[in-house]
Design a protein around this ligand. Sequence first.
Ligand code: G6P
Length: 599
Amino acid sequence: MCGIVGYVGKNKQALHVLIEGLKALEYRGYDSSGVAFLNNNKIQIIKEKGKIHNLEVKIDFSVTSNLGIGHTRWATHGEPSQINAHPHKVGKITLVHNGIIENYEELKLVLKESGYSFISETDTEVACALIDKLYNEKNDILKVMDKCRNLIRGSYAFAILVDDIDDKLFVMRKDSPLIIALGNDENYVASDVPAILKFTNRYILLNNNEMAVLTSDSVKVYKDSNTIIKKDIDTFEWDMEAAMKNGYEHYMLKEINEEPEVVYNTIYNLIKNGSEELSSIFPDFSKYKKIDIVACGSAYHAGLIGKTLIEKYGDIPVNVEVASEYRYKKLFYNNRTLVIIISQSGETADSLAALRIAKEHDVDTLAIVNVVGSSIAREAKYVLYTKAGVEIAVATTKAYSSQLAVLSLIALSMINNDDNFDNFVSDCQKLETQMTNLIKKHNVYRDIALEIYQKNDIFFLGRGIDYALAMEGSLKLKEISYLHSEAYPAGELKHGTISLIEKDTPVIAIATDETLNEKIISNIKEVKARGASVILLTTSKLNKVGDYYDYKIVVDDNNELLQSLLTIIPLQLLSYEVAKLKGCDIDKPRNLAKSVTVE
Ligand code: G6P
């Protein structure tokens, strides 16, 4: 996830502030970084791929500068590289950008016709050229920024330096956060609080569509180029740790709240150029007659959902296995087998070993990975990245959801039909709001958590895709609340495990699949008749009044390919609320590691 920091002031060396600020944003994850600063009336840019250390060693810190901007980049348009890293400079404009400019290709064509050429693959360089073009026409940067808001579609936070203005920093934002922090004879800009917390705790929050001009002793915020807005100055009361959590009590809660955005980013990254892009980025799935999905933990559960979708839409048999089993079993490969490895970290030892086994047999491999440049990403033949950003809580939430998003796209690509693609795109737009609204229903999850947190055993039931979700819901609960739970295919319970159901045993029944709804209702009635306290998780479409449940959570309906991204949210938040009531160490559960790099 990209980060921005900027400085204009009389007291400090800009380069020092920028590097310190960027280091404080490292936790967000990035693949390259860069700074632009004014020295001897000239803007200089230094940028490097990889860690901030790679940038730092190239900087001469004895150079004096009182104006500069810095950036950490998490690649969206174009690979991680020095050229694609920010800041970008076109003509008189130098800028850093967070967000995604959706119409950059259209803008690029127009700008090319006006004589601009581009050296990077980024949407940011296009925005930079657009601002330069308008600045050459108008020579008034505020008016240019104002106009840009009508021309650029998408999300952005920009920090801008202008060649012939040596004492001002310009910023604007829409849908990507930006704050202005205030010092004495110096001011800062940052995408995120930790970047400036070392220097000051007084700040102004820039709202959507606002622009600002910063000098060392003034900050002016504008609604449009003629209208100044009076802003309140706030004070951060958080320490660094709290600031990194962005006000949330736990990283897990913060990361669940990031799910709508990261799922959107993951999908958008793969479909931004239309359905044809899918076929060019994805392997040619029509080559394969059999797919093995191999993973561990939640990534394995994501694989189970992938199996249901791929088998249904792609008509290819899919075998899903936990990596620690897969690596020691007899494998039935042929030259039309594809092995898909799913891993957040890209470093899980068992998953990596499974990948290597497939490669030894000359079988094609596809990795779905979150961490760019990780071992699994490097070694697989094909890689699709999830765009979840850094996940700090040990129990995965947003990375798991991003994996579901990629698997949905794989299934979608197998249908190969433009109508389906267009529907999918509009359903994705709906999804972001639906996910956000579902996350907000805190009281519902809290109330149910209060009913179950003191129990000893909980059962999760589901059929089909809902069984895979039940497994993930159960794992989440075990991981962070230490409450014993079991996930069961609802139709199988009566063959043994139903003997464990007694009065008030909590049973969480997931029923989102219309084709199996009557079947699971019968199974729910079987446990209800034996005294279970049933928590039903269903969709608006299947929601009906009945006497077979005690509590009900209803999620909105969406495209079957995307439905699981909604259903999983109440399960994650329920686990979170139970763990909180039990006073557990939610972000660092006992005995668990985020990345398991041993067998
Ligand atoms: C650990 C984590 C799980 C994760 C699993 C696989 O067990 O605690 O949350 O699902 O590893 O990790 P990976 O990085 O390969 O997705």
